[in-house]
Design a protein around this ligand. Structure first.
Ligand SMILES: Nc1ncnc2c1ncn2[C@@H]1O[C@H](COP(=O)(O)OP(=O)(O)O)[C@@H](O)[C@H]1O
Ligand SMILES: [Mg+2]
Length: 255
């Protein structure tokens, strides 16, 4: 069986901030309709990887191809219109706009959809992401779960082909995480490549078919979630990290 060609492909991507290496010759590829998890300790370079894919940060070296075409010189807006959407670790809605208005902006700006279908798209997304009750509330008044949902919905409103999720499950309860996973998996089934960064490992393991572990900008391990989490080097970067490793490591891992 031949594998589907990569939708998003990074080759030899490197980035330093001063003396800190945040991406060290990274080569990664992602296919349509797959969900890939990225884990790694704080400062591993996960958010910066997304910033480079979305065009917010320019790599020092390397190539980035989307749908067979180099996008390395395109600005974030152009990449978004092509179908690359990222969410932010700290949600960034327009605080004074309502939830519905936030989705319309994303649909019209990012997705470039015609007026009528933009409204329909936003309305469907309210439903799909569990935001219907909050449609007319200013985004700034939402609680954490709804803010995370809105961040996801804004990404979806741009009609992405690649969706980069940065810690959308952080701070949520297990049932809330399960709801979010179900929503995202539906999106994946429609053919979207989902790349999901999460610091809380157990949130991802059931959802993804492939897991990548980064540390210090380096690819430490890549494979099935079970294989990656059993990897001694992966255990070491987590357990050796200077934050509450056990809480972050989550359930069912390393037992
Ligand atoms: N714009 C920036 N300028 C300087 N340093 C940065 C910048 N963005 C991130 N860093 C640093 O790069 C490292 C990796 O950050 P980040 O990609 O946010 O890691 P992660 O998301 O894995 O926690 C950290 O040490 C962080 O402080
Ligand atoms: Mg981060």
């Amino acid at each position: 069986m031949t594998e589907a060609p990569a939708l998003l492909e990074l080759t030899g991507v490197s980035k330093r901030f001063g003396r800190i290496t945040v991406a060290d010759n990274l080569s990664l590829s992602f296919r349509a309709a797959e969900m890939v998890g990225i884990v790694g300790p704080n400062g591993a370079g996960k958010s910066t990887l997304f910033a480079m894919i979305a065009g917010d940060v320019t790599p020092d070296a390397g190539e980035l191809r989307f749908d067979g075409r180099s996008v390395i010189r395109l600005d974030p807006a152009a990449r978004c219109r092509m179908g690359i959407a990222r969410t932010y670790q700290v949600p960034r809605p327009f605080e004074n706009m309502t939830v519905f208005e936030n989705l319309l902006v994303a649909a019209f700006r990012g997705g470039q959809v015609p007026r009528q279908s933009g409204f329909a798209l936003a309305a469907n997304l309210l439903e799909e992401t569990g935001l219907s009750q909050d449609a007319n509330r200013p985004a700034g008044r939402l609680g954490l779960l709804q803010r995370k949902r809105l961040e996801l919905a804004r990404g979806l409103a741009t009609q992405p082909r690649v969706l980069l999720l940065d810690e959308v499950a952080g701070g949520l309860t297990d049932p809330e995480v399960a709801q979010l996973v179900a929503i995202v998996d539906q999106v994946r089934r429609r053919g979207v490549a989902v790349v999901w960064v999460e610091h809380v490992v157990h949130a991802l393991t059931s959802a993804v078919s492939r897991l990548i572990c980064l540390a210090g900008g380096r690819l430490i391990a890549e494979g099935t979630p079970d294989d990656v989490l059993a990897n001694p080097e992966v255990k070491e970067v987590y357990l050796g990290a200077d934050y509450g490793a056990e809480a972050d490591w989550g359930k069912g891992v390393g037992d």
